[in-house]
Design a protein around this ligand. Structure first.
Ligand code: RP5
Length: 164
C-alpha cells in the first residue's frame, strides 16, 4: 500500500495534526510525519515533495497556520494529490491560513479541508488510496455505516427525551 505523508509547518501544529495520524492508524494506513516549513526550511520542503512519489507516497497532507504557504509549496513540487489543513494558530482564528491554503492558482491544486480539519484530511487521503484498494474501500464503507448508526442512536435518545 502507498504511504501518506503528514507535513506540518511547525511542531506547534502537532496538537491539530495528531488527529490525522490517529485516523490513519484506525485504517492501518502507513504514514510518515515530518516538520518542514515553507518559509523556514523551503529547501527541505521542496526536496521532500520532489522525491515523495519515488519514496512510495500516494498522498500528502500539509498543515500550516498564519500565512500558510506549505501546502501550496509542496503542491508546486509534486503531482501527487496534496491536502491542505489550515491551522488555527493566529489572532485571525485560522481565516488567514484558510485563505492562504485554499486560494491556489489554476494548475497547482490543493484540496483544502476545514480549519483544523485534520480528521477529514486523513479520511480524504484514505479515500485517495482506496481508489485502487478494495479492502481499504470496504473499511471506509464500514466507517460510514458506523457513523450513521451512531447518529440514528443519538436521534432515538433525543426523540425519547423530548417525546410529549
Ligand atoms: C506556521 O506558523 C506554522 O504552521 C504554525 O501554524 C504557525 C506558527 O508557527 P510557530 O511560530 O509556532 O513555530 O508557519
Amino acid at each position: 500500500m502507498k504511504k501518506v505523508a503528514i507535513i506540518m509547518g511547525s511542531s506547534s501544529d502537532l496538537g491539530v495534526v495528531r488527529k490525522a495520524a490517529e485516523v490513519l492508524d484506525s485504517f492501518s494506513v502507513p504514514y510518515e510525519v515530518h516538520v518542514y516549513s515553507a518559509h523556514r526550511t523551503p529547501e527541505e520542503a521542496k526536496q521532500f515533495a520532489q522525491s515523495a512519489r519515488d519514496n512510495g507516497f500516494g498522498a500528502i497532507i500539509a498543515a500550516a497556520g498564519k500565512a500558510a504557504h506549505l501546502a501550496g509549496a509542496i503542491a508546486a513540487n509534486t503531482t501527487l494529490p496534496v491536502i491542505g489543513i489550515p491551522v488555527k494558530s493566529s489572532t485571525l482564528d485560522g481565516i488567514d491560513a484558510l485563505l492562504s491554503t485554499v486560494q491556489m492558482p489554476t494548475g497547482i491544486p490543493v484540496a483544502t479541508v476545514a480549519i483544523d480539519g485534520a480528521a477529514n484530511a486523513a479520511l480524504l487521503s484514505v479515500e485517495i488510496l482506496a481508489v485502487e484498494d478494495a479492502a481499504l474501500a470496504e473499511k471506509l464503507s464500514q466507517k460510514r455505516a458506523a457513523d450513521s448508526a451512531k447518529v440514528l442512536q443519538d436521534n432515538a435518545s433525543v426523540e425519547a427525551e423530548f417525546r410529549r
